[in-house]
Design a protein around this ligand. Structure first.
Ligand code: HEM
Length: 432
């Protein structure tokens, strides 16, 4: 492409832009965000969104564009701003608070070479082979979760009664956080990611225009207090848990500064369970809506891996990550300027007709299933093997004990454009 189009040509119609960017849109993905993504992929796959209350932002909606951006972190930086899109008031608040510093010293805020060094601290711990050595304790937690489900008389809420607690328990067990602190970890995570959801907001900040950023900061401050203390304990008395590894890691011969230990712990403590819980809940919802798929996987448990991947594609619990343009560049026929912001819309890429046949059909037999629910490139999710392992084990334990699932009422979804999914979904089930 030799010519570049002007920003006016690139502008996305306001209603479509609002559907893709506003947190509230994600409470009704079927009728709001997915139709908008479909329109964008067909008509303006890399355009600029102008949404009231937000700075203009480029929306990357195809898998081809998102992969190209993630492959080129020198041009599309993670280290120049927050990893998630905020409204203008919240961006201003965060900028004021952090000054020249970073909001959080954690991977999603870093570029190479710093990013590579810090990622290496835990990369061997997160390898598939290492994750598999934890299969036994994870299976014990999966059985506990399924037993709890079986204690209901064929009717429950798949999120609050089943999906929510198992991934939290898995990650906190691997992490070394005691069970009695799990409710606190869950509450802070919900506050951190539910900053735009009125139901998650703390009363003292709810009326502020920059409520999202204030919530984010308050939750991080509470996490920091907790993990600084836990890391100090693990420095004094190391164990084999993940907090011990992070607290005692040496980079260039030095222990990590406290802010990096906190940043690492917050990222793992929060990124690891909400996402997985949303995927599990979405998988059960889909198995209720598509009973032929439940029959298939019950007949052939070798399809459980396919079920997990299709659930990740279908749910895409991480709705976006943000990148900032590091140099003037032409991309996708558009002229981008240093400092421009880009929203990588993973759910759109995971329904991209150029990659997936019948993308709006839930099909556990897809081969290959090239979803990018875990992102791509150097920032690709560090916890992907743990997440897939714990979901596989849960379905191995669950499916033999279930004959059917049914939908028993209206679902409710979180009002967030970063990390979101089912909040409640009443279901029925019959035991095998
Ligand atoms: C269904 C479960 C999960 C999904 C869908 C998911 C998705 C993602 C995505 C999309 C990214 C950004 C990738 C990119 O920028 O290209 C990411 C990064 C990350 N995830 Fe996950 N994640 C999940 C589970 C986990 C778990 C279990 C952990 C930890 C135990 C975890 C820890 C992280 C961390 C630390 C990062 C930042 C990596 C970096 O910037 O280098 N995630 N995840």
């Amino acid at each position: 492409m030799t010519t570049t189009e002007s920003r006016t040509d690139a502008r996305i119609p306001d209603d479509v832009a609002a559907a893709a960017v506003l947190p509230l849109s994600y409470t009704d993905e079927q009728n709001v965000t997915y139709p908008a993504f479909r329109w964008l992929r067909a008509n303006n796959p890399f355009g600029v969104a102008h949404v009231e209350g937000f700075d203009p932002i480029w929306l990357a909606t195809t898998q081809e564009h998102i992969l190209a951006i993630e492959r080129d972190p020198a041009t599309f930086s993670s280290g120049r701003d927050e990893p998630m899109v905020n409204d203008r008031a919240s961006s201003a608040f965060l900028q004021l608070m952090r000054g020249d510093a970073r909001t959080l010293d954690t991977l999603a805020y870093m570029d190479a070479p710093e990013h590579t060094k810090i990622k290496n601290v835990t990369s061997s711990w997160f390898l598939p082979a290492t994750a598999r050595t934890r299969e036994e304790p994870i299976r014990a937690l999966a059985r506990e979760a399924v037993d709890h489900l079986m204690s209901f008389d064929g009717r429950c809420d798949v999120v609050t009664d089943f999906a929510l607690h198992y991934p939290l328990r898995v990650i906190m067990t691997l992490f070394g956080v005691p069970r009695e602190d799990e409710p606190l970890m869950l509450k802070l995570t919900q506050e951190l990611f539910g900053t735009t959801d009125p139901e998650e907001q703390r009363a003292e900040v709810a009326p502020e225009p920059d409520v999202a950023a204030r919530m984010w900061r308050a939750a991080i401050a509470d996490f920091a207090g907790y993990f600084t203390e836990l890391a100090a304990q693990r420095r004094a008395n190391p164990t084999d848990d993940l907090v011990s590894i992070i607290a005692n890691a040496r980079v260039d011969g030095e222990l990590l500064p406290d802010s990096f230990v906190v940043g690492y712990c917050v990222a793992i403590a929060t990124a690891g369970h909400d996402t997985t819980a949303s995927t599990i809940a979405g998988a059960v919802q889909a198995l209720a809506q598509f009973p032929d798929q439940l029959r298939l996987v019950k007949q052939d448990p070798a399809l459980i891996g396919g079920l997990v991947d299709e659930a990740l594609r279908w749910v895409s619990p991480v709705k976006h990550f943000q990148r900032v343009v590091a140099r003037d560049v032409e991309f996708a026929g558009r002229q981008l300027t240093e400092g421009d912001h880009i929203m990588l819309l993973y759910p759109s890429a995971n329904r991209d007709e150029a990659v997936f046949e019948n993308p709006d059909v839930f099909d556990i037999t897809r081969r290959p299933n090239r979803h990018i629910a875990f992102g791509f490139g150097p920032h690709m999710c560090i916890g992907q093997h743990v997440a897939k392992l714990e979901m596989r084990i849960l379905f191995e334990e669950l499916l033999p004990r279930i004959e059917s699932f049914g939908i028993d009422g209206t679902a409710k979804y979180g009002a967030a454009n970063f990390l979101s999914g089912l909040k409640t979904q009443p279901i029925t089930f019959t035991k095998a």
